[in-house]
Design a protein around this ligand. Structure first.
Ligand SMILES: Cc1ncc(C[n+]2csc(CCOP(=O)(O)OP(=O)(O)O)c2C)c(N)n1
Ligand SMILES: [Mg+2]
Length: 670
């Protein structure tokens, strides 16, 4: 091989590494990395600005591999360009404890910006990253100081562009005018079942054109110059996102399997690997990359240059705008400002004195009003239910609605796009610098479900507001009345779930959500709830997720656990039971996830192991509560779909009444 390898030779390094790693793992997806290798070579060697020695450099271009099954493309490139990802990690592709899991996972290999694999969501994450870049640039850049100025690149395959979430996100990105977002479409005409003709025929280019994107069609994805020219055209367009449609051949280089679905998700096999090596004129052994190719790929020196050049510009910015520079650094580090929660604490104290009934969704608005000005990185939104969700705080400046003079947007009308909204806000969390919260009805969490799961898998500090949290929402009926969703959220690993009962608990829930570095679901009522009286001790204990709210008599006969709007039901039942001579303790449990994280001693104090007579009440599926009430306990819940009727009647019909709780108390105590 000559001193300077050709571009094709550099790209072939990706092809063989991908093919070899899949062979070694005896599983994986060689086809897409082989098909995309020429494009990746152009992106990493010519186009993107990044710093392998400093993967967290805040002004790096972001890259998302939305077709996450092509993970070996990303791992190969990260290895070759000089990220801290050794060849041994590539040899350990898909093995336990490696940095190279089957699909790219955030937090494993440096340079992996998000977890992808569930098709289409990476695309939406990229939209979120580009949106964050735009909003942060508007907030922090000053004349002559373009301190935030990076692009977001995403590669998406046929699968990603078939998935509905990419349609939602593409539509939003066009509307939002994300000029620094570039999507490269791997148009290889193949998905798992074969040539896509029978199931994917629409004109993708026309669709994106209709979304308001610049579309560059018919690019030969194996022609480096053509790809580079297309990216240059994308760069030149500043007000629209760009889709570059690249025709590629899946499994490029494999003499007998290229262009077929056989390369999609299985090792090529020894014979075909050998034949491919031959066809690519790549005589080197598995995982061996010749020095000249390594040198051509290594981007460490360029990355150091780019990052230090940016650092010089940032230092100048910090001299001219020291406060802005400090603020940007704080926000990108994910630190909260000094005293950020003072307003919330004051509101909670006032509310504890005032004891006014209120919908907990309206309690959310009050809580937000008490905190948003102190935490400027908060950015709200709703999927077309702003008024219903209570997400729109009084100083909200809505994207594309607020006058430019009002300042940078801190509120987004997401339109009716729950999945897109959630996957996009995941991308915003990944980008850093903004803290999104967004709302819909609890029942429509399911539309967004897999993005909720990925927020949890990645432990992103995404705040998910879900209102109209039970059959008590009333007349909209069973299609809108959640039953099984709370259990679903609570059994999602890493998810923090809060279902506060009144304004005081809502203040605490919002505070905990903001303080978290993982995801939180805030579950709120449509209807008014009573404000609960509390001792000073109970007030302090709310943050622990579960605490003794009411102790009716001296003897502890029965513990009743309740959340949200059913706390008042439990309190009424406890009162009645005490008249009957049964000693009842009411435990308010706004957050099982927070409560479960408390020391055993505290949990035993609230739910004494000896107190086996227990009742839980929640207007939702009962099963989750058996872990708190045990086999001897009872749960007053809802096991069927709801009914179309006014909220009070719906609750009564579904058996969520204080009388039902009293009956259960009597049964468990007898
Ligand atoms: C949401 C989701 N559904 C299904 C899958 C399983 N799956 C993985 S790749 C794939 C086909 C994708 O086709 P394409 O994007 O064209 O990939 P290519 O075969 O071209 O590499 C499917 C169905 C998935 N990963 N995510
Ligand atoms: Mg395809």
């Amino acid at each position: 091989m000559p001193e300077t390898p050709t571009r094709r030779e550099c790209a072939n390094a990706i092809r063989v590494l991908a093919m070899d790693a899949v062979e070694a793992a005896k599983s994986g997806h060689p086809g897409a990395p082989m098909g995309l290798a020429d494009i990746a070579e152009v992106l990493w060697n010519d186009v993107m600005r990044f710093a392998p020695h400093d993967p967290g450099w805040i002004d790096r271009d972001r890259f998302v591999l939305s077709n996450g099954h092509a993970s070996m493309l990303l791992y190969s490139v990260l290895h070759l360009t000089g990220y801290d990802l050794s060849i041994d990690e590539l040899k350990n592709f898909r093995q336990l404890g490696s940095k190279t899991p089957g699909h790219p996972e955030f937090g494993h290999a440096p340079g992996v910006e998000t977890t992808t694999g569930p098709l289409g969501q990476g695309f939406a994450n990229a939209v979120g990253m580009a949106l964050s870049e735009k909003l942060l640039a508007e907030t922090f850049n000053r004349d002559g100081h373009e301190i935030i100025d990076h692009r977001t690149f995403v590669i998406a395959g046929d699968g990603c562009l078939m998935e509905g979430v990419s349609h939602e996100a593409a539509s939003f990105a066009g509307t939002a005018g994300l000029g620094k977002l570039v999507c490269i479409y791997d148009d290889n005409n193949i998905s798992i079942d074969g040539e896509v003709g029978p199931w994917f025929t629409e004109n993708v280019a026309k669709r994106f054109d209709a979304y308001g994107w610049q579309v560059i069609e018919d690019v030969d994805g194996h022609d480096a110059d053509a790809v580079r020219d297309a990216v240059a055209a994308a760069d030149a367009e500043t007000s629209r996102p760009t889709l570059i449609c690249c025709r590629t051949q899946i499994g490029f280089g494999s003499p007998n399997k290229a262009g077929t679905a056989a390369t999609h998700g299985a090792p090529l096999g020894d014979a075909e690997v050998a034949a491919t090596r031959e066809a690519l004129q790549w005589p080197w052994a598995a995982f061996e990359v010749p020095e000249a190719v390594k040198t051509a790929w290594n981007q460490r020196a360029r990355g150091e240059r780019l990052a230090s050049e940016w650092q010089r510009r940032f230092d100048a910015y910090a001299r001219d705008y020291p406060e802005l520079a400090r603020e940007l650094t704080r926000r990108m580090n994910g630190d909260l400002p000094e005293g950020w929660n003072a307003g919330l604490s004051a509101l909670a104290k006032d509310a504890q004195r005032a004891l006014a009934p209120l919908e907990t969704r309206k309690a959310l608005t009050k809580s937000l009003d008490a905190v948003v000005d102190h935490v400027p990185e908060l950015i709200g939104g709703s999927a077309d239910l702003s008024g219903s969700n209570g997400t729109k705080f009084s100083t909200a400046r809505a994207l594309h609605i607020a006058a430019p003079d009002d300042g940078v947007a801190n509120y987004i009308h997401w339109g009716v796009r729950e999945f897109g909204m959630t996957a996009i806000t995941n991308g915003m969390c990944l980008h850093g610098g903004l803290r999104p919260f967004s709302g819909t009805f609890l029942v429509f969490m399911e539309y967004a479900r897999n993005a909720v799961r990925l927020a949890s898998l990645m432990r992103l500090p995404n705040i998910l507001v879900y209102t109209h949290d039970s059959v008590a929402l009333g007349e909209d009926g069973p299609t809108h009345q959640p039953v099984e969703q709370l259990t679903n959220l609570r059994t999602t690993p890493n998810m923090n779930v809060w279902r506060p009962c009144d304004l005081v608990e809502t203040c605490v829930a919002v505070e905990q959500a903001i303080a978290q570095d993982g995801p939180t679901a805030l579950i709120l009522t449509r209807q008014k709830t009573q404000a609960q009286e509390r001792s000073a001790g109970a007030f302090e204990a709310i943050a622990r997720g579960g605490y003794v709210l009411v102790e009716e008599v001296d003897t502890l006969d029965v513990v009743v656990i309740a959340t949200g709007s059913e706390v008042e039901v439990a309190v009424a039942a406890a009162h009645e039971a005490s008249m009957q001579g049964i000693g009842v303790r009411v435990v308010s449990m706004p957050s099982t996830s927070a409560f479960d994280g408390q020391p055993q001693a505290y949990r035993d104090e609230v739910l004494p192991p000896s107190a086996k007579a227990r009742v839980a009440v929640e207007a939702a599926h009962p099963d989750y509560w058996h872990r708190y009430v045990g086999l001897e306990g009872e749960v007053v819940g809802i096991e069927t779909f709801g009914v179309s009727a006014p909220g009070g009647i719906a609750l009564e019909t579904m058996g969520i009444t204080w009388e039902a709780v009293v009956a259960a108390i009597n049964r468990v105590s007898s």
